[in-house]
Design a protein around this ligand. Sequence first.
Ligand code: PEP
Ligand code: MN
Length: 332
Amino acid sequence: MIAVLKNSATEDQIKGLINWFESTGLRVNESHGEFCTVLGLVGDTTRVDIEMLRGLDIVESVTRISEPFKMANRKFHPEDTVVDCGGVKIGGGHFAIMAGPCSVESREQIIETAKAVKAAGATLLRGGAFKPRTSPYDFQGMKEEGIKLLVEAKKETGLPIVTEIMNPDHLPLFEDVDVIQVGARNMQNFELLKELGKTKKPILLKRGLSATLKELLMSAEYIMSEGNENIILCERGIRTYETYTRNTFDLSAIPMLKELTHLPVVADPSHATGKASLIKPMAMAATAAGAAGLEIEVHPNPSKALSDGAQSLTFDQFTDVAEAVAKVRSIL
Ligand code: PEP
Ligand code: MN
């Protein structure tokens, strides 16, 4: 349920109303906009007397939110959420490019890539340390050692780091990680989501392989309902009957999600297409469609990559993509 308060409501009156809601066991989420204050009520609102609330002097309107996602709902929080990722902001007009290899493979590889993507305009470094591979016989990532190398690359370049978690027991290893990625395969790992909700870390939540947007938002809700509102949603393609591309990039998911939620939405054209040649047009399209950022795989030598080589860009290709994206942004 959301209560929009009148512009004339004083701070004391707002505080009084919030205290009263909280005394009935509800959690209150405040959103102070330019023209009004919106109170989002979470919990069992069936006992709230809606007519009584509407009758209060300071209340402009009261609406029940019919969608099952409440805290992620834009009605609940009309202003865009801005997520601070180790000093780099995403959302509310702030645009970020997260770039780096699919997997961290060695010190040289990650440091060299971090320097190259930074020079080309990336604002965060990505790299997988724990890898969710379809085959148990494929490279599973450098694990803890991979995270240490990412932290070294951060020290060397100043780029905040993004890396994927697969097991909530690994959380202590992510202390120095700026953005924790939840991969497509774990989008509905609810125990993992709940644990991440107890942290304050920014979470990059990727859309599941065949997840609807509602399911993606419900997964965000799992994290938010535990207290962590620092979530970035990521469209990374969905499974369809098409086989020329690895997945089908759902471009319309970007503006659709932006209507439904205040959370920043970024796009990953690498996993969405699986093909290096398609990254530039899709990165430009995602930017034009309103994405708050991009996640792109880059490797010093894609043909030698231990994972996702076919979709990884060389440093020169990434530079070209970053320039094209900057041009699109300049005309938006
Ligand atoms: C990745 O970012 O390397 C990854 C595995 O992505 P996804 O979960 O979207 O497949
Ligand atoms: Mn990958």
